[in-house]
Ligand binder design. Structure first.
Ligand code: BG6
Length: 486
């Protein structure tokens, strides 16, 4: 259980708060992780929204919790911690004084300011927190992407926040880092002698990181059309996953040590500039198609704006130029409106150096470690074995299943719950340092600049497919193929 804390949730009535944050806090309450006197202050712009907040939150919980999680009893306890307030973030008037009164003068109690608001108002919000004297020794601020549009704007946002909070109190969320299997990936790598010795260019042929989604714009057309898949998914989630897979063992699991290793990976990422962008990256945009038996419109129809060349898919061949990974391609892929929703990391091992069996035994399939983050969480290792009950010697791939949800049948993991409790407990290990954000943008910026300068047009792909043909060709040219989720 965490120590008691106060969390001021700016943007309390917004989509992120209602879809993810309030359900995450409810789950934390259900599992007994919220100390009884902890208080949550969702901030709404209008008084009437604050007045009806309990109804809104209850509806959100009923809609967004998984089957069986909501109960009237659970709600009537949880709602005691919710105290909605009305506040115009930009104006330092008496509404802020009211918030200050509610928070009181306890300087020992952790005070978390969660900014689930557009970055354009981060500055005024932090400034008013400061003017009203609400920031004390135990205060932390939690922020989330989009932290800028490129290196420059990201730096401006970070500088603004840094005017009011020291880096140690700034918790930048990437919700992928809160996913249970991502943390288990670290345990797998650094607590098993088996894997860490087989984790380099000597044994690994290549690595794939794929995040495929079936959803389209989900009412975020304005934001998404400005951002595109590279900014929305690669700059943050995919590069973070890549860091965790590729980094050296940190001296300890402290935030400082983990971040130092991640930054080294980002700095070793081979830059893709000019024509290298065309050679190593495929951009795509979906056209109408069927996902299952559900027909969906194309991106441009959904957007209702002809001529946008924003990418909704991207596939990348990346290299990390260091001793461990020399010559090992990292293939990254993400897209909207693809055939299946799945986030998966595939560690593809090399072939055995010599096949001792004759042809009748069949080919040995190279080992493969498949780490699935969603929809379900699993870790599977594909090994070769002898086919059972066969008099002949016949090789067969078998799956060693390290799936957590089958071992712990009550797993109810929730990335936001994990990260919010970490922020409350002042544990920044799974949050992102300003230097990481800067290093990621430094890699992404020249790619976007090349697309802009050349007027690059995305390749089209049918909604419900695995992306454009060119993405398959990218790997085929290397004698490889994407592992598509089954
Ligand atoms: C967000 C992106 O960061 O991650 C969305 O902005 C995307 O476009 C989402 O849909 C995916 O998160 P998850 O956890 O559902 O895979």
């Amino acid at each position: 259980m965490t120590n008691p804390f106060d969390m001021v949730l700016f943007g309390g009535g917004g989509d992120l708060a209602l879809r993810k944050l309030i359900p995450a806090l409810y789950r934390a309450h259900l599992e007994g992780s919220l100390e009884e006197s902890s208080r949550i202050f969702p901030v709404c712009r209008r008084q009437e929204d604050a007045d009806s907040y309990l109804d809104t939150a209850q509806k959100a919980l009923k809609t967004h919790l998984r089957d069986g999680e909501y109960s009237e009893a659970g709600w009537s306890e949880f709602k005691e911690s919710l105290r909605a307030v009305a506040l115009d973030i930009a104006v330092p008037d008496e509404q802020w004084d009211h918030l200050a009164d509610l928070l009181g003068g306890d300087n020992e109690r952790a005070r978390i300011f969660y900014l689930a608001i557009p970055p354009a108002v981060f500055g005024p919000c932090c400034e008013n927190l400061s003017i009203k004297g609400l920031i004390h020794e135990q205060s932390r601020v939690v922020v989330e992407k989009p932290l800028g549009y490129n290196a420059k704007t990201s730096d401006e946002i970070n500088s603004k926040i840094a005017t009011y909070f020291p880096e140690k109190d700034i918790f930048r969320i990437d919700h992928y880092l809160g996913k249970e299997t991502v943390q288990n990936l670290l345990a797998l790598r650094f607590s098993n002698v088996l894997f860490e010795h087989l984790w380099d260019a000597q044994t690994i042929d290549h690595i794939q990181i794929s995040i495929s989604e079936t959803v389209g714009l989900e009412g975020r057309a304005g934001f998404y059309n400005e951002a595109g898949a590279l900014r929305d998914m690669v700059q943050n989630h995919l590069l973070q996953l890549l860091c965790l897979i590729a980094m050296e063992s940190p001296n300890s699991m402290s935030a400082k040590n983990i971040r130092a290793e991640k930054i080294k990976v980002l700095e070793a990422l081979r830059p893709l500039v000019g024509v290298e962008v065309d050679e190593n990256i495929v951009r795509g945009q979906y056209v109408a198609g069927g996902i299952g038996d559900h027909l969906v419109p194309g991106y441009l129809e959904e957007l209702d704006e002809p001529g946008s060349n924003t990418e909704t898919f991207v596939a990348i061949r990346a290299h990390i130029d260091n001793w461990r990974w020399a010559g090992v391609p990292f293939y990254l892929r993400t897209g909207k409106r693809m055939e299946k929703r799945c986030a998966e990391i595939v560690i593809q091992y090399k072939k055995v150096s010599h096949n001792v069996y004759d042809k009748s035994a069949g080919q040995a399939v190279p080992n493969r470690l498949v780490i699935r983050l969603q929809p379900e969480e699993s870790i599977k290792l594909v090994l070769m074995a002898k086919k059972m009950d066969s008099l002949e010697m016949e090789l067969k791939p078998v799956e060693l299943n390290l799936t957590l949800s089958e071992t712990y049948d009550s797993i109810r993991s929730d990335a936001y719950k994990r990260l919010m409790l970490d922020a409350a407990a002042n544990n920044p290990a799974l949050f992102i340092h300003r230097e990481e954000v800067a290093a990621a943008w430094a890699w992404v910026d020249p790619i976007i600049e090349h697309w802009r300068a050349t007027g690059d047009q995305p390749c089209l792909y049918r909604a419900g497919s695995w992306g454009p043909q060119a993405a398959d060709d990218l790997l085929r040219l290397d004698g490889r193929a994407w592992v598509n989720a089954r």
